[in-house]
Unconditional design. Structure first.
Length: 367
């Protein structure tokens, strides 16, 4: 039975990790593995990274963190979701670090201290310009003072999130860093901080002196660039190859419309291949206009709109065999299609493409 194929190359992951470490130096790496490690498979990815010496992971939800614990990950884990009473209790049970990111989070800590219950470690998130979660910059020192006074709990770390670190114009990111440094200098006069972090993949590449002692890295680990505006790019390779199986080759005459809407017509008699992958599997539908696949070291045009479960390719006079695979994105011995090319063409980013892949319908191969 033909299914989409997701190949995950753990040797490339190791290569990426080693080369990222060359850039961040002695600072610790916080591996971001939320959203199933950006579609790559959180358990094999995390186990490989932990074996390489990574001792800190970041996910978004408490359920993602618990999944890591239940699969033998012993490193520190932080969750980025908004704190809730339920996630607070589970964080204690599974030794998870929580995210204090709004004023009312203090109430949850106080409620549990009154009950004389245990408490989780926490990182304080300061909003310096993302306008998402985070204690507003102007109120952050007063909030932290109040938090420590009422709970006697010092944060295990403090951080902010850069909004434009992977953009060409870094003025806003620089302003965020200046705000963060200002409040950090005040806080450091009051308490000792174990972890301080601001850099994401964009910050690592673009923003000088932003690594502090902990660096959050996601996209670069998986061998893709968050944007085409990065200055310092480590030598990375794509960890994921996304492939589809050819289930039919048929000879089609000139001027024959193909797929929904009949937008594409053959300009000459051609071999048309049906690939059993569609937008329900994560194949980006908008890629059909200028899109292509690789087979046997050559580039072939996608012809017609991508369907839910299939799409068509014009192999012209070449005739691959049914059962052979085409490369949609990634890199193998003969073929290479950077995911960044697709993302730029359809005005998305690699994050969207990686996380849109449906594991339920695909065969995942860990190499």
């Amino acid at each position: 039975m033909a299914k989409p194929i997701i190949e995950i190359d753990l040797d490339r992951l190791e290569n990426n990790y080693i080369n990222i470490k060359k850039i961040i130096g002695d600072n610790s790496l916080l591996a971001v593995v939320k959203a199933d490690a950006y579609g790559h498979g959180v358990i094999p990815i995390s186990k490989k990274l932990e074996s390489l010496g990574v001792n800190f992971f970041a996910v978004f939800t408490i359920d993602e963190a618990i999944e890591l614990r239940k699969n033998g990950i012993n490193a520190d884990i932080i969750i980025f979701e908004r704190l809730s009473r339920e996630s607070y209790k589970l964080a204690i049970k599974y030794n998870i670090i929580v995210n204090v990111s709004w004023f009312s989070d203090l109430e949850i800590f106080i409620e549990n201290m009154i009950k004389k219950q245990n408490f989780p470690k926490y990182h304080l998130k300061i909003d310096t310009g993302m306008t998402r979660l985070g204690i507003p910059y102007e109120s952050s020192f007063e909030f932290l003072n109040n938090f420590i006074e009422k709970t006697n709990l010092i944060p295990d770390g403090i951080y902010t999130h850069l909004a434009t670190a992977d953009e060409g114009d870094l003025s806003f990111a620089i302003n965020q860093k200046e705000k963060f440094d200002n409040i950090l200098s005040i806080i450091k006069n009051k308490i000792d901080l174990k972890w301080v972090h601001i850099s994401n993949s964009g910050g690592v590449s673009n923003l000088d002196n932003s690594n502090y002692n902990l660096v959050r890295v996601g996209m670069l680990l998986y061998g893709a660039l968050p944007s085409n505006s990065l200055k310092k790019v480590p030598q990375i390779q794509p960890v994921m190859n996304f492939k589809g199986e050819i289930v039919l080759i048929r000879r089609v005459k000139k001027d024959i419309p193909i797929s929904y809407g009949g937008l594409y017509k053959t300009v000459k008699s051609s071999n048309i291949g049906v690939i059993q992958v569609g937008f329900a599997d994560g194949m980006p539908r908008a890629w059909f206009e200028r899109g292509y696949v690789n087979w046997n070291g050559k580039k072939y045009k996608i012809c017609g709109r991508i369907c839910m479960d299939q799409f068509m390719v014009n192999f012209e006079n070449d005739k691959p065999a049914e059962g052979q695979k085409v490369l949609i994105w990634g890199k193998d011995n003969q073929n290479h299609i950077p995911i960044e090319i697709i993302a730029e063409d359809i005005e998305l980013n690699p994050y969207n493409l990686f996380t849109s892949i449906s594991d339920k319908r695909a065969t995942k191969i860990i190499k």
